[in-house]
Design a protein around this ligand. Structure first.
Ligand SMILES: *Cc1c(COP(=O)(O)O)cnc(C)c1O
Length: 345
């Protein structure tokens, strides 16, 4: 008999359509690449970085994150991508069988992490204006409420008024996912100082261009951070990832900030171009646009034949079918627009 956990029987593996297209706008990574200094450090890593264990709990990385975020190292923890931090938080703060409340639509990984941790996943529809439904989230009684802002896949944000009211009234932890913070007009890390029950996660996978390195981090009071570190374990990054991440967070920072500004400009141009095609992208604070479009999966399939990959969604709550298009260098956007035009004919 194969040993296996009964509740794991119907868990599918994460499998976004894996296609090779010359223009791949499907996963919101930095299409400008990575900071040149990070690339240099990657090439020049000493062999000792690989043959020895990294330091436990990544103190050097925390130091670099501390100067970037303004939080002392004891207010920071890191993970193998922010996906891993979300997983660690669910394990750290909830017992199997408990509920986790998550806005709908939001980051698709949450239902998966809920399941592998034996939790009850309770989706709560976003409001018609795409703000979070504070009363709906609170009514679940969940001791952990997840909020993604800017939200993947909509690109919309949770308003400050709503989020503050949620954190103040929540019976437990509010986990705010700010994977797209660098592209947003408002972020909520300041609530970490003023409230005892909020953790904010971020990542180097998006604006920093290091998705393949798997480095994420979270900001929270030391009492919360130490709980997450129990679930996390001592080694979550390779020594190489740490070195390259530190370079990106320090010397690489001007590059990251300049590219983020450029991407925000391109986002505005892409909105106008899509409107000229008769489409209505949702207002976005991320490095991507969600474009409601009937039969989006079919349109995306045709676009892939034209060598452009975008992410298609079917029947998203409150949206319907839609394409999610990452913003990158303008020539890529022009190629994508051309493919979209042809695919819709
Ligand atoms: C991309 C993304 C992440 C980042 O995941 P990593 O594990 O850090 O690569 C986290 N949350 C959301 C909403 C995302 O879109």
């Amino acid at each position: 008999m194969i040993p296996r956990r009964p509740s794991y029987q119907d868990i599918p593996l994460y499998s976004p359509p894996s296609v090779q297209c010359s223009v791949d706008l499907s996963d919101n990574t930095n299409l400008f690449g990575m900071p040149p200094v990070a690339e240099r450090v990657l090439r020049e890593c000493a062999t000792s970085v690989v043959s020895r264990y990294p330091q436990t709990y990544a103190p050097e990385l925390k130091k670099a994150l501390s100067s970037y975020t303004g939080f002392e190292p004891s207010w920071l923890t890191t993970g193998c991508g922010s996906d891993d931090l979300i997983d660690c938080c669910l394990r750290a703060f909830l017992e199997p069988g408990e509920r986790i409340a998550v806005p709908d639509p939001s980051f698709s990984m949450l239902s998966y992490f809920a399941k592998v941790n034996g939790l009850q996943f309770v989706p709560v529809r976003l409001r018609p204006d795409f703000d979070i439904d504070v009363d709906g989230l609170l009514a679940t009684g969940a001791r952990l409420i997840y909020v993604c802002s800017p939200n993947n896949p909509t690109g919309t944000v949770a308003s400050r008024t709503a989020l503050e009211r949620l954190v103040d009234a929540a019976p437990g932890l509010v986990l705010v996912d700010e994977a797209y913070a660098e592209f947003a007009s408002d972020t909520y890390a300041d609530l970490v100082r003023s409230r005892p029950n909020i953790l904010v996660t971020r990542t180097l996978s998006k604006a920093f261009g290091l998705a393949g390195l798997r480095v994420g981090y979270a900001m929270g009071r030391p009492e919360l951070v130490s709980e997450v570190e129990k679930a996390r374990g001592p080694y979550k990054h390779t020594g190489v990832s740490e070195r390259v991440a530190i370079a990106a967070l320090t010397e690489g920072l001007p590059w990251v900030k300049a590219r983020a500004e450029e991407i925000k400009e391109i986002r505005g141009r892409l909105v106008e171009a899509l409107k000229a095609e008769g489409l209505q992208p949702l207002p976005s604070d991320g490095n991507f646009l969600l474009v409601p479009l009937p039969d989006a999966p079919k349109v995306a399939a045709r676009m892939r034949e034209l060598d452009v990959n975008v992410r298609a969604f079917q029947g998203l709550t409150g949206v319907g079918d839609a394409l999610r298009i990452a913003c990158g260098p303008w020539p890529m956007m022009e190629t994508a627009l051309q493919a979209l035009r042809e695919a819709r004919r």
